[in-house]
Design a protein around this ligand. Structure first.
Ligand SMILES: Cc1cc2nc3c(=O)[nH]c(=O)nc-3n(C[C@H](O)[C@H](O)[C@H](O)COP(=O)(O)O)c2cc1C
Length: 154
């Protein structure tokens, strides 16, 4: 990381499964970001949450699994119903999803569910993680590199 001030990143996520693939993935993403010199926190989304804390961060990394064709409900709900969208205005974001569907289908059907709520937010990187990629350090490292490189260029 070449900038003098460390990047402050918050990972906003949701999953129905405690200790499941999303939990593992965000821990790996957080660790890889910290190794690059970033300050990282994570927060599990609630539809009714107060997201004013998002103001303290330079980058918002958002991700969740897909259940029955829909992005996990507390993340999507927070985007639609809470003040999250207000605090995301103009923020740099990165997106990831974990799901079993092929990447093409996920790009067409699932990512837009997030992106439709993020008009005006520069998207640094986006990634669909297939089940076998969740424990692949190289794949996770590439996503984190993409986020950091895009942040430094922005
Ligand atoms: C009840 C259920 C429904 C699912 N529905 C879908 C789906 O519609 N499309 C898809 O691509 N993957 C689907 N999946 C796969 C999950 O998105 C994937 O396994 C994800 O990594 C689970 O994350 P978690 O371990 O944090 O819960 C489903 C999984 C479960 C358990």
């Amino acid at each position: 990381m070449t900038q003098t001030k460390p990047m402050r990143a918050i990972i906003l996520f949701d999953s129905r499964t405690s200790g499941g693939s999303t939990d593992k993935l965000i821990d790996s993403i957080g660790l890889a970001l910290a190794e690059k010199g970033a300050y990282v926190e994570k927060a599990k989304c609630k539809t009714t949450g107060d997201y004013s804390f998002v103001d303290d961060f330079d980058v918002v990394i958002m991700g969740a699994p897909i259940y029955y064709l829909v992005v996990s409900s507390q993340l999507l709900g927070a985007l639609i119903q809470s003040n999250l969208k207000k605090y995301l205005a103009g923020k740099k974001v990165a997106l990831f999803l974990t799901c079993g569907s092929p990447e093409l289908m996920a790009n067409m059907l699932y990512l837009p569910q997030l992106k439709l709520n993020l008009a005006g937010c520069p998207i640094l990187a986006e990634k669909i993680f297939a089940p076998q990629e969740i424990s692949e350090p190289a794949v996770i490292g590439k996503f984190v590199d993409d986020v950091v490189n895009a942040y430094e260029k922005a």
